[in-house]
Design a binder for this molecule. Structure first.
Ligand code: SAM
Length: 395
């Protein structure tokens, strides 16, 4: 069953879905067996390239990969590892460090080369952090409570946290992964799960009570909810996304959070000017690769180029919706200059009425600023990878 699930993941099915399906059809498994299955599927899915190197074979069988994981990476004795993997005898493993970044951190070659071009020598550290799960981070809903009170409430519910150092709204869960969805505090809308870097993107908008704020790529509302808190529920908060299902989820989350001034726009917005516009753009999502073991193997390299045209179009639309003197925040969760710095510089060349302003002046940690933009990454800040530009329309 384990090797069957691994085969399906290696053939390109998303690991989360394969695991879910396998667990559903094997309800007889004990808690420990389910845990072992999940770890085997996720870790072979993640480490497949490094395991292939250990085996000296580009396309080894699932059993051989499982053996290499257990013996080569987890240190289980060879005979025991072979038995657990269903092999008669342990295959020999290569010793020594893999010679390339792609093999060391189990990435497609093109992606490792991309990160080297983007980050230079820091690519090694960045890629190492892609293989370590990120923290579970919560964002306090300031419409209902404040951070210290939420931490105390969570402690009463058995969840220990520590405050984030970058976002004043963040709490990181400490210790084993809790079942957050079973907590009354979540049902009462006291918090949302949101990466600390993602919180910074919403905070860069610096939305104020009484303003008109447009979240142009609102999705299921992660940032809309933050903006609503900053506006203290006063003013007009407009949320648009072409994905109707996501907007439905946004509305549910707003109601749980006690946010009543959100207006959902199902058609592309027009005919008004906003004080602030957030473009949390669709992107290649290379900053979120640690969120899934196999995401790196599912991305098509062409996506890094194809997204740029869509991002330009969205930014152009956003430009027309910012009032004179207003603010436009362009953000992505990717590490790709073509979608980030280059796109913004191109926009500034074509839209002379806008200029770049320092992100988060007076509150954002200087370590989160690179070349005048927000830049966060797992190896530097413990967040997913994010980019943002804060642009002001001249008055
Ligand atoms: C990075 S996600 C947004 C995440 C969301 N802001 C949040 O914090 O949860 C990008 C969103 O852009 C949306 N999108 C795609 N094409 C778009 C377009 N042409 N105009 C506006 N949004 C678009 C996608 O449906 C997706 O929900």
């Amino acid at each position: 069953m384990v090797t069957g699930a691994i085969d399906t993941v290696l053939a390109g099915s998303p690991a989360e879905r394969v695991l879910d399906r396998t667990l559903r059809s094997h309800r007889e498994l004990s808690r420990e067996q389910r845990q072992v299955l999940a770890e085997a599927v996720f870790n072979v899915g993640l480490w497949r390239r490094r395991l292939g190197f250990l085996l000296g074979h580009p396309e080894p069988s699932s059993s051989a990969l499982l053996h290499a994981l257990l013996h080569g990476l987890a240190g289980v004795p060879a005979e025991e590892a072979a038995r657990l993997a269903g092999l008669g005898a342990p295959p020999p493993l290569v010793t020594g460090e893999p010679p390339t970044l792609a093999l060391r951190y189990s990435l497609p070659d093109w992606l490792a080369e991309h990160f080297t071009r983007e980050l230079g020598p820091a690519a090694e550290d960045f890629c190492a952090h892609l293989n370590v799960p990120g923290p579970i981070t919560l964002r306090v809903n300031t419409l209902r409570t404040h951070r210290d009170a939420l931490a105390a409430r969570l402690r009463d519910e058995g969840v220990e946290t520590r405050p984030g150092e970058l976002s004043p709204l963040a709490l990181h869960v400490v210790g084993p992964r809790p079942n957050l969805y079973g907590l009354d505090s979540l049902r009462e809308g006291l918090f949302e799960v949101q990466d600390e870097g993602s919180q910074l993107l919403g905070l860069l908008v610096e939305a104020r009570p009484g303003e008109t704020v447009l979240d142009l790529c609102a999705g299921a509302g992660g940032k809309t909810l933050l903006l609503g808190g900053a506006m203290e529920g006063r003013g007009r908060l407009l949320a648009h996304d072409p994905d109707a299902g996501r907007l439905d989820r946004l509305m549910l989350r707003c109601s749980r959070a006690g946010l009543s001034n959100v207006q959902v726009l199902r058609a592309p917005p027009e005919g008004f000017l906003a004080d602030r516009v957030l473009v949390d753009a669709p992107c290649s999502e290379l900053g979120s690769l640690r969120r899934g073991p196999d995401l790196r193997f599912l991305i098509e390299p062409a996506r890094l180029v194809e997204m740029v045209r869509l991002q330009r179009d969205i930014l152009e639309r956003a430009r027309q919706l910012v009032r004179p003197g207003g603010r436009l925040v362009y953000a992505t969760c990717t590490v790709n200059r073509a979608e980030n710095e280059e796109l913004v510089h191109g926009f500034l060349r074509d839209a002379p009425g806008f200029h770049l302003v320092p992100p988060g002046e007076g509150w954002l940690a200087p370590g989160c600023v690179r070349e005048g933009f927000l830049f966060c990454a797992p190896h530097l800040h413990g967040t997913d990878g994010f980019f943002a530009a804060v642009l002001k329309r001249e008055g």
